[in-house]
Design a protein around this ligand. Structure first.
Ligand code: NAP
Length: 475
C-alpha cells in the first residue's frame, strides 16, 4: 500500500510510522499517511526559519506571481482536486467543485493583496513641540507561521492561511487535519510548480494532539493560525504566550425569519445552508427562529424541500448529502437526537441512520437547553423554533456563546437595522442565511467563536507587524 510523505525543505521524506486513511463513505483504506515525530516538526520549523531569511527579501511582484501561478494551475485541475475531497472527506462532487472555485478566488485575492500591503504617513508635527520630523509605517512579515487546519474545507481554509502568509513574505509549517492530508499534500506540488522556494511551505502530517506543543510553542514560531474546534482553540490560546494568534472556531448559526419574508423564495437556500456538507460547516444553519404567524407554513415547506435531498456516494453527481466524517460522529449525533426526543422534541423528517450517514433531520418542539439547540451540532440537523416578537428572537439567537455569523430575513428596514445592531455575531447577514461567506470579507467570530479575523486583507494585517519609521530632518 502507498504511503504519503512529509514535505520538508523541498524534499519528500518517508517516516517510520504511519496511520491508515479511510474514506468516510466506503470505509476503504485510501492510503497510509506519514506520521511526523516531534523532531520532524522541529526540523520543519528550523527550515522554514532559514528560508524566511531569503523569502522575506522577495518583492511583492515576485510573491504575487507565485500566487497567480497557483491560481492558473488549480484552474486546470479542478475535477481532480474535487475528487480528492470526495474521497478523503466525503464531500459531494458539486460541493467539492464549489470549494475549489472558492479556493482559487482566495489565492487570487492573496495575489492581489501582495501588491497592496501599504503603510501610512504619520503627521508627526501634530504632537506639541515636534518639527522637522517625518514618520511613516510599513507592514513587515513575522517569520514562521504555524498553520493548523480542520477537515471540512481543507483546500479553502488552508488557502486562507497560505495565501496571506506568502503574500507578505512569511514561511509556513502546515499541519492539516488527520482526515484530510491529501488535499494539503497536493498543494505542495502545486506551490512547487508555481515557483515557491523550497522550505517556504513545510507540511507535517500526524496527530494534532501529539505535535501541537511544538507547533505552538517552538521559539522560532512567530504566529499560530488555527481553524478548528473551540476546545482545541482554547488549549492553543493558553499555550501560545505572547505570539500572535488567530483562532477560527466553531459556531451555532441562527437565522430569524420575519413575517414579511416571501417563504417560497428562501426555502431552497435555507435547506442548503442547513445540510450542505452534512452540516459539517462552521456556519451551518442550525437554529431557525420563525415568527409564529408563519411558523407552520415555513415548517411544512422546509420539510418538503429537505425531503428532496439525495443521500449517497460523494462521487455521484446527484448526491447532496454524503457520509459524516467518521462513524463516531454518526453515533454522537444519534445520541443527541435520541436525548432531545426523550425530552419532548419531535423529528419532523430525517434521523435515519447507517453506520456512516445521517439523513437530513428537521427537529421541532425543541427547548433551548437541548444539545441539538445549544451546542454546535456539526451534523445534518436543524431546529425550527417559533417566536412572538423580534426582540424575543434576537434574545434567543444571542443565548448562544457561539457567534460567527447570524442572519435575519425581513423587508422592514428598521427591523433589519435593529437586528444588525443587536445580534451578537462576527457578521450579521440580512436577507440571506448566516452560512453566507465570500473570501474577501472579514470573517471571524465573537464570544467563544474565535479570536482575530481572516478574509485576505484582514489576515494580512494579522500576519504582519506594524513598524514605524521616523526621521529627524535636522540635527
Ligand atoms: P479539530 O478537532 O479541532 O481539529 C482541527 C485541527 O486541530 C486538526 O488539524 C487537528 O489535528 C488539530 N488538533 C487536534 N488536537 C489538537 C491540539 N491539542 N492542539 C493543536 N491542534 C490540534 O476540528 P475539526 O473536527 O477538524 O473541525 C471541526 C471544527 O472546526 C468545528 O468546530 C468547526 O465549527 C470548526 N471550524 C471553524 C471554522 C471557522 O472559520 N471559524 C471553519 C471550519 C471549521 P488532528 O486531525 O490530527 O486531530
Amino acid at each position: 500500500m502507498k504511503q504519503t510523505k512529509l514535505w520538508i525543505n523541498g524534499v519528500w521524506e518517508t517516516t517510520e510510522k504511519s496511520t491508515e486513511l479511510k474514506a468516510p463513505y466506503t470505509g476503504e483504506v485510501l492510503t497510509k499517511v506519514a506520521k511526523a515525530t516531534i523532531a520532524d516538526v522541529e526540523r520543519a520549523i528550523e527550515g522554514a526559519h532559514e528560508t524566511f531569511q531569503s523569502f522575506k527579501k522577495t518583492t511583492a511582484y515576485e510573491r504575487a506571481e507565485i500566487l497567480y501561478k497557483v491560481v492558473a494551475i488549480m484552474r486546470n485541475r479542478k475535477q481532480e482536486l474535487a475528487e480528492i475531497l470526495a474521497k478523503e472527506a466525503a464531500k459531494p462532487l458539486t460541493a467539492g467543485l464549489a470549494e475549489i472555485d472558492r479556493t482559487i478566488a482566495t489565492y487570487q485575492f492573496a495575489a492581489e493583496a501582495a501588491k497592496q500591503v501599504t503603510g501610512e504617513t504619520i503627521p508627526m508635527d501634530a504632537a506639541p513641540g515636534v518639527t522637522d520630523r517625518i514618520g511613516y509605517t510599513k507592514r513587515i512579515p513575522l517569520g514562521v507561521v504555524s498553520a493548523i487546519t480542520p477537515f471540512n474545507f481543507p483546500f479553502n481554509l488552508i488557502a486562507h492561511k497560505l495565501g496571506p502568509a506568502f503574500a507578505v513574505g512569511n514561511t509556513v509549517v502546515l499541519k492539516p487535519a488527520s482526515q484530510t492530508p491529501l488535499s494539503a499534500l497536493v498543494m505542495a506540488h502545486i506551490f512547487k510548480e508555481a515557483g515557491l522556494p523550497d522550505g517556504a511551505l513545510q507540511i507535517v502530517t500526524g496527530s494534532g494532539g501529539e505535535l501541537s506543543d511544538t507547533l505552538v510553542t517552538h521559539p522560532l514560531v512567530k504566529k499560530v493560525t488555527f481553524t478548528g474546534s473551540g476546545a482545541v482553540g482554547l488549549k492553543i490560546k493558553e499555550k501560545v504566550g505572547l505570539r500572535k494568534v488567530t483562532l477560527e472556531l466553531g459556531s451555532n448559526a441562527a437565522v430569524i425569519v420575519e413575517p414579511s419574508t416571501p417563504l417560497e423564495k428562501i426555502m431552497a437556500r435555507c435547506v442548503s445552508g442547513a445540510f450542505g456538507f452534512a452540516g459539517q460547516v462552521c456556519i451551518s444553519l442550525q437554529r431557525i427562529y420563525v415568527h409564529q404567524s408563519i411558523y407552520h407554513e415555513f415548517t411544512k415547506l422546509f420539510v418538503e424541500e429537505t425531503e428532496k435531498l439525495a443521500v449517497g456516494d460523494p462521487l455521484d453527481k446527484k448526491t447532496d448529502v454524503s457520509a459524516m466524517i467518521n462513524p463516531s460522529e454518526v453515533e454522537r449525533i444519534k445520541n443527541w437526537i435520541d436525548e432531545a426526543k426523550q425530552q419532548g422534541a419531535i423529528v419532523a423528517t430525517g434521523a435515519k441512520f447507517t453506520d456512516r450517514t445521517c439523513t437530513p433531520t428537521v427537529m421541532t418542539n425543541v427547548k433551548a437547553h437541548m444539545k441539538v439547540v445549544c451546542e454546535e451540532t456539526f451534523a445534518p440537523i436543524v431546529s425550527i423554533i417559533p417566536y412572538n416578537t423580534l426582540d424575543e428572537a434576537i434574545e434567543y439567537v444571542n443565548e448562544s456563546e457561539l457567534a460567527l455569523n447570524a442572519g435575519i430575513y425581513t423587508n422592514v428596514l428598521t427591523d433589519a437595522m435593529k437586528a444588525a445592531d443587536l445580534l451578537e455575531a462576527g457578521a450579521v447577514v440580512i436577507n440571506d442565511i448566516p452560512t453566507f461567506r465570500v473570501d474577501n470579507m472579514p470573517y471571524g467570530g465573537v464570544k467563544m467563536s474565535g479570536y482575530g479575523k481572516e478574509g485576505i486583507k484582514y489576515a494580512v494585517e494579522e500576519m504582519t507587524d506594524l513598524k514605524l519609521i521616523t526621521m529627524k530632518l535636522n540635527y
